[in-house]
Design a protein around this ligand. Structure first.
Ligand code: FE2
Length: 192
């Protein structure tokens, strides 16, 4: 891993960085237990293991002082009424933050703290979102046609805690209701 300055390009459209060290693809099967409508989930999964989101990482040492960057692409689609989304995570080092810069699409960042504060911020091209320390975060693509594409940057020592969200879920969900996009309380949320 070179320790000299480097550049890369995030071309539009598509936004696949010109430098990529790791490409993660998360399919429906990796989202077990996350979507509200488990019947719709099982039915979809029996048909095909669809691609839900992708992450392109620029790797750096995972230590304090470094910054980790990449591109997140959440594809359009729904499971039941619920939009495609990322698994979402807390940082293992809870007192670390993250910046997201939205490049393309429409969506939301669903966030919460261990103490139960919640926030859901809309994302649109050009919008920068600062996720403070302690806030778990999940991206949701609410467009019917377009990918939600964000550039992210976070401290090298942050780490990912996916397990807490896998067990508890998020307190808030983004769904398509009868009157359009709705942010609702998650009826399946498991209290700590
Ligand atoms: Fe993060």
């Amino acid at each position: 891993m070179p320790d000299s300055p480097f550049t890369f390009v995030i071309p539009a459209p598509g936004a696949i960085p010109s430098r990529v060290d790791n490409h993660i693809q998360r399919r429906l099967s990796a989202m077990q237990g996350q979507f509200l409508d488990q019947v719709a989930y099982a039915k979809m999964l029996s048909e095909s293991d669809r691609l839900i989101y992708e992450v392109y990482e620029i790797q750096r040492p995972q230590i304090e002082g470094e910054l980790l960057m990449g591109i997140s692409i959440v594809h359009p689609g729904k499971v039941g009424q619920e939009f495609y989304m990322t698994k979402g995570h807390f940082h293992t080092v809870l007192e670390t933050s993250e910046v997201y810069y939205c490049l393309q699409g429409e969506g939301y960042m669903v966030m919460e703290t261990p103490e139960g504060e919640t926030s859901v911020e809309s994302l649109a091209p050009g919008k920068v979102l600062y996720v403070p320390p302690r806030w778990a975060h999940r991206s949701v693509c609410s467009s019917r046609q377009q990918d939600l594409i964000t550039f992210f940057i976070y401290p090298g020592n942050a780490g990912h805690d996916y397990g807490t969200i896998e067990q508890l879920g998020f307190r808030k969900l983004v769904i398509e209701g009868e009157n359009g996009i709705e942010i609702i309380d998650n009826p399946r949320y498991q209290a700590r």
